[in-house]
Design a protein around this ligand. Structure first.
Ligand code: FES
Length: 350
């Protein structure tokens, strides 16, 4: 490579699933994700370090270097097929990329920032809390909080620069309501704040909504949702959205937890089932006590059994810890579900 080539800005073209084109330059050493942000377009992303997979896309044309990343975020076979993680993609020349989401998921002018007051904080299961915020009015007086089911916001840890991403469990609304289910991690920065200092009335800074995970329009194909622990949150948002809009696809949700003390969300799922014809849900416990009467095992086990009896491949939406998501993706592949029917988001412990 010549010195001129080494310093040259590389032209990047991104094309969204609805045909929108974004063109910008990417300086040497900058990832496509960083260059897009510098050009005023915040693309869906979360960890920004090659571990979550939320910035995945496909290269249509061009040469690039792919930096260090987790094989769980981008399995070798997908990498070989031209998929990339945009936070780890460094163009070597002109690059053309196809994005798996439409233009509405790209935030122009950066990620929105809102102040939001804690209105509820309650323990709903072992080491799991429900946090409800009410966004304060924007500068123009707006109180709405619109987002697509499946999206997340980042909450700034009070007293720190650090932010933590949490999926929204409710649906878009005009009152500024944001609801989260959060697993409390030992020593976690935001977990420690929630455990020790958080109180109703305190104000947090929220960045978002963000993210490309969400419902896809695929006609009347059944929608199956598979959640591990608090991975239920974005899937609860999706089925609540389906209930609000009375969407006609048959739907089922499988939730897996480690012990029965970790079960939560049952009343909320029952409420969806009461409103949404064709929706059902089940909870399985991996290591139950003697009093547990429900299914035993992982949600991947439940899914395998259900797929064996399914007349046709459904769409499958998955969210939870990486090993659980990977197990579900493998079960779906073994059952013959096409990879393009499977949509997932991994929850990373933070
Ligand atoms: Fe790129 Fe997480 S944002 S892998």
């Amino acid at each position: 490579m010549t010195t001129a080539e080494a310093t040259e800005v590389r032209p990047v073209t991104l094309v969204t699933s609805d045909g929108e084109r974004l063109e910008f330059g990417c300086a040497p050493g900058r990832s496509v994700l960083e260059a897009a942000a510098e050009a005023g377009a915040a693309l869906p992303a979360s960890c920004k370090q090659g571990t979550c997979g939320s910035c995945h896309a496909s290269v249509a044309e061009g040469d690039y270097e792919l930096g260090a990343h987790s094989p769980a975020a981008l399995p070798p076979e997908r990498r070989a097929a031209g998929e990339v993680l945009l936070c780890r993609t460094f163009p070597r020349g002109p690059l053309s990329v196809t994005l798996p989401y439409d233009g509405s998921r790209i935030l122009r002018g950066g990620i929105p920032r809102r102040q939001a007051v804690i209105v509820a904080l309650e323990t709903v299961a072992c080491e799991t809390v429900r946090l409800e915020l009410r966004a304060e009015p924007t500068e123009d007086g707006g109180t709405d909080c619109q987002f697509d089911p499946g999206q997340f916001v980042e909450l700034q840890v009070p007293g720190h620069d650090a932010k933590r991403a949490y999926s929204l469990a409710n649906t878009g609304n005009w009152e500024g309501r944001m609801e989260f289910y959060i697993r409390l991690r030992p020593g976690g920065l935001f977990s420690t704040y929630l455990r020790e200092r958080a109180r109703p009335g305190q104000t947090l800074t929220a960045f978002g909504p963000q993210g490309a995970f969400g419902l896809r329009e695929t006609g009347l194909r059944p929608r199956w949702f598979v959640a591990g622990g608090t991975g239920l949150a974005p899937l609860l948002s999706m089925v609540r959205h389906m209930a609000e809009w009375q969407e006609p696809q048959p739907a089922r949700l499988l939730l897996g937890v480690n012990t029965e003390e970790e079960v939560f969300g049952t009343a909320e799922l029952d409420a969806v089932a009461a409103e949404l014809p064709g929706f059902s849900h089940r909870v399985c416990v991996w290591r139950p006590g003697p009093s547990w009467r429900g299914p035993v095992g992982t949600p991947a086990d439940l899914l395998a059994a259900d797929l064996a009896e399914a007349p046709a491949a459904p769409d499958i939406y998955v969210c939870g810890p990486p090993p659980m998501v990977d197990a579900v993706v493998q079960v779906a592949a073994r059952a013959g579900v096409p990879a393009e029917h499977v949509f997932y988001e991994r929850f990373l412990p933070t």
